[in-house]
Ligand binder design. Sequence first.
Ligand SMILES: O=C(O)[C@@H](O)C(=O)CO
Ligand SMILES: [Mg+2]
Length: 254
Amino acid sequence: MKFSANLGFLWTDLTLPDAIRAAGAAGFDAVECHWPYDVPPADVRAALEETGLEMLGLNARRGNVAAGDNGLTAIPGREDEARAAIDEALAYARAIGTLSVHVMSGFSGGPRAQASYCENLAHACDAAAAEGITILIEPINHYDAPGYFLSTSAQAAAIIREVGRPNLKMMFDCYHVQIMEGDVCRRLEALLPLVGHIQIAAVPDRGPPDRGELDYGHVLDRIGQLGWTRPIGAEYRPQGPTGDSLGWMARYRG
Ligand SMILES: O=C(O)[C@@H](O)C(=O)CO
Ligand SMILES: [Mg+2]
């Protein structure tokens, strides 16, 4: 089993290049991040080359976060902003050799939301296809993000089918799926062809994946049996120094 350090949550006390180095030193197989835009891509690239790690994914900007935005892609009337954020994310991804970009729906609803979402996602997929970049959409639970448009794996699957692009996939974050829908292993099995990345964290506290209501020993075994070989994203809040929170990794590597 391989693991990717999510640097949106792990080593947040370090700069992104130093967090990449810390993840490498701790034995992670890859890294992923949220919003790297304050850091010059050349600095990120240098740390990736130095450590030999791949940055698996990054997120497009969410809009005006201070004003309450949490993504722009399913917000009718803000298509220009959504597409500018997507184009910026794709340019950054190209510059550091990242092959997945997560595009967030935002808080939305109403009759035009799904059409706007699908049109923006089609734009993103078409712009990403030439470099082999995958666009990810992630169902997020309604406790952490009440009113977020994309909240279940079933809804994500329907949207992926509606958009009809081979490079649109689901980010299957077991933490969110367990909270919203449960039945994580059966859902993973059924949806695997649509899944582009898998993430883990304890439920319900989003701590290290070795506690809580989901048995990751079992879930990770099942993921392995299903033939998944790519790194699993460790996207949890360490609740102390990140280096002290990594006991789970040796245990699950087998
Ligand atoms: O689950 C999450 O919160 C993340 O994967 C993300 O990209 C949005 O913060
Ligand atoms: Mg996630």
